[in-house]
Design a protein around this ligand. Structure first.
Ligand code: SF4
Ligand code: SF4
Length: 291
């Protein structure tokens, strides 16, 4: 008995690894940042953009509401009457000067919510730095979207795939009052390069993951949430099956990629061999004629 209880006492040591062993079977969330990044939330608050309507006109009407509401006092706007012969915006006035000081901005999005025309929104870009204070002040020239409707990618900014997507995510919220009954109701204007954006997924099952890109993030996070935070259909045995399916799908994609790489390699080798043969023949032919 004494020996058995000693052994049991010794085995308790492994109890300390319970959490470690549990995590061994969970999906990996560690990423090789910055090469590999987490999918970004549709409403992530990053560097601002000034939007334009589908016809190219600027949305900003120079009303200065964004500057008034900004708690960090980092927006400077000056409006000017639109020239009658070539108006810049559909309103009476347009934003003649527009500046944001990113050394002050806390990305609270209040400017975005205050804007009556959806002119100012935020991209997902948060990785940008400056070497002097003046560079931190973005002017209208830098904030205004380009002719394709996409944010301008400035040389010191680290833009990655997806950072410029869903730059107006907040506007696709379920409803102004948060009621799920209004989910999917479009209440926003079209944008240059995108048209009228797809409704964002909300509380109900009518999520538009393809349009708003939240699925990948949910898949990664759910493996690490508390049970009560996980949707019912992803808990317990059903959840395990769901995760196993995800894992199988990921492995299938990996295999496909590996097979494609292998095929490319084989094609490249065959091509190189054929080239070498042709060159050898050509040399042989020249040698024969020379003799
Ligand atoms: S996000 Fe907040 S702090 Fe930044 S400019 Fe807008 S209102 Fe100001
Ligand atoms: S961005 Fe919006 S709130 Fe700010 S000045 Fe322009 S129209 Fe007004």
């Amino acid at each position: 008995m004494g020996v058995l209880s000693d052994i049991r006492e010794d085995l308790k040591f492994f109890g300390g690894f319970k959490l470690t062993f549990e995590h061994l079977t969970r999906p990996r969330v560690t990423r090789q940042y910055p090469e590999e990044k987490m999918p970004k939330q549709p409403r992530q608050h990053g560097r601002h953009v000034l939007n334009r309507y589908e016809d190219g006109m600027e949305k900003c009407i120079g009303c200065e509401l964004c500057a008034g509401v900004c708690p960090a006092d980092c927006i400077y706007v000056r409006g000017l009457d639109n020239p009658p012969d070539h108006p810049v915006s559909p309103g009476e006035r347009y934003g003649y000067i527009y500046e944001i000081n990113f050394l002050r901005c806390i990305h609270c999005d209040m400017c975005v919510e205050a804007c009556p025309t959806e002119a100012i929104t935020e991209s997902k870009l948060f990785e940008f730095s400056f070497t002097n204070r003046a560079d931190a002040i973005y002017t209208k020239n830098e904030l205004l979207v380009g002719d394709d409707g996409k944010p301008k990618k400035l040389p010191w900014e680290d833009w990655r795939e997806g950072t410029d997507l869903h730059t107006s995510g907040w506007m696709r919220a379920t409803a102004p009052n948060g009621s799920a009954a209004y989910e999917g109701e479009v209440q926003w204007s079209g944008e240059l390069g995108y048209g009228v954006r797809a409704p964002e997924g909300g509380q109900s099952g009518r999520r538009d993951d393809a349009a708003t890109g939240t699925l990948a993030l949910r898949e990664v996070l759910e493996g690490h949430l508390l049970d009560e935070d996980i949707p019912l259909e992803h808990r317990g045995m059903r959840g395990r099956l769901w995760r196993a399916q995800l894992s199988a799908e990921r492995n299938r994609r990996k295999m496909e990629r590996a097979r494609e790489r292998f095929d490319d390699l084989r094609a490249a080798r065959t091509e190189a061999k054929a080239k070498a043969r042709t060159e050898a023949k050509a040399k042989g032919g020249r040698g024969g004629r020379g003799a």
